[in-house]
Design a protein around this ligand. Structure first.
Ligand code: NAD
Length: 366
């Protein structure tokens, strides 16, 4: 089977197909890599058109989590669950409990969390069957809403990006254009406003824009105009794939740093385009790791202070990416992959194993 071959080529460790006739559960748990520790990754519920599509998504997302967790300096591996179904009508307690029993069967190799299409309530139902779940409201030491912590991480990443672009990490008087005015964007805007930055914002939701204007003195622009703004740093905090052939030539910024996943439509081509235009790109999966760093802290018994200290290290991780990029003359997107791979490889070396196979580049992220 072609997909099985692909899985082997990419060094996936384990794929579990979960089926529960009574509840209608059909799910795939993909464990990509546990070199650094038990694999943590969210549980996505989506009405996939086919089982093959669901498997491809699970594999892609699981690998992305390995890179994200490794580059964040966490001692955890990467995995993901996808449930095939419509989150609006196919959910039940029985379904999530059945999934919880499957996760329990993995005995800690995989730890789940919320993702697109799942909620804290779903995590609570999984928690009835297993302790290997984060993001519940029922468990002792739950870490709560990840968005403010993600926003804080993006803020640290942006400061390090500013240092690279302007020689100082101060954001005072810098103009930051933000795409999106949702949970992460509004948290980021607060930090920027507190430091004296000027904010340009867009959203498709007028109420969200109004809040940014009222609370942080932001200047609002139309969604399509955000790419044409004269600003110091552009912060994509809404959608993926927005750095592409059409938008990159329009950008009038020195750097990009935001929370959206998969900002580069084509990771290699569009990272190169940005490099050619001398626009510094802070890789999304490092800048937006605050949420996973926060949730991962639950594994030790959640301590908010400790989690926030760890989130600060995003500043240094972004710095390492810039160093690798310069040293190896590669894009920052590739450098971010290298950072993750180096960490996994050094752990394999410590264990006396041979070097991990080369896993260059095309990693799409959650
Ligand atoms: P959110 O849903 O709260 O906010 C997204 C905002 O984008 C919404 O206000 C929406 O109206 C707006 N939007 C949608 N289409 C738009 C368009 N065409 N132009 C402008 N605005 C548009 O989501 P969030 O939690 O703030 O997450 C933002 C991004 O960061 C997402 O890509 C998400 O995957 C990523 N992310 C979030 C977290 C987290 O902890 N919340 C963690 C990692 C990554």
């Amino acid at each position: 089977m072609k997909l099985f071959k692909e899985m082997m080529n990419e060094d996936f460790e384990q794929v579990v197909f979960c089926h529960d006739k009574n509840s209608g559960l059909k799910a795939i748990i993909a464990i990509h890599d546990t070199t650094l520790g038990p694999a943590l990754g969210g549980c996505r519920m989506w009405p996939y058109d086919s089982e093959e599509e669901a498997l491809v998504d699970a594999l892609r997302l699981a690998k992305g989590m390995t890179y994200k967790n490794a580059a964040a300096g966490l001692n955890i591996g990467g995995a993901k669950t996808v449930i095939i179904g419509d989150p609006k009508k196919d959910k039940s307690e029985a379904m999530f409990r059945a999934l919880g029993r499957y996760i329990e069967g993995l005995n800690g190799r995989y730890i789940t969390a919320e993702d697109v299409g799942t909620t804290t309530q779903d995590m609570n139902e999984i928690f009835m069957e297993t302790n290997f779940v984060t993001g519940t409201t029922d468990a002792k030491g739950a870490s709560g809403n990840p968005s403010p912590v993600t926003a804080l991480g993006v803020y640290y990443a942006m400061k390090r990006t500013a240092k690279e672009a302007f020689g100082s990490d101060s954001l005072k008087d810098k103009v930051i254009s933000i795409q999106g005015a949702g949970n992460v964007a509004s948290g980021l805007a607060k930090h920027l406003h507190d430091e004296g930055a000027k904010i340009i914002v867009t959203d498709i939701n007028q109420d969200a824009i109004d809040r940014m204007v009222d609370n942080y003195g932001a200047t609002a622009v139309k969604p399509e105009d955000i790419y044409d703004q004269e600003a110091d740093i552009f912060a994509p905090c809404a959608l993926g794939g927005i750095l592409n052939d059409d938008t990159i030539p329009r950008l009038k910024v020195k750097a990009i740093c935001g929370s959206s996943n998969n900002q580069l439509l084509d990771i290699n081509k569009h990272a190169e385009m940005l490099k050619e235009r001398n626009i510094i790109y802070a890789p999304d999966f490092i800048a937006n790791a605050g949420g996973v760093i926060n949730v991962a802290d639950e594994l030790k018994g959640y301590n908010s202070e400790r989690a926030l200290e760890k989130v600060k290290t995003i500043y240094d991780q972004i710095g390492k990416v810039f160093e690798i990029s310069e040293l190896e003359n590669i894009t920052t997107a590739k450098a971010a992959d290298r950072l993750a791979e180096k960490r996994i490889d050094s752990m394999l070396n410590v264990r006396g194993n041979f070097l991990h196979s080369e896993k260059h580049a095309v990693v799409e992220l959650v």
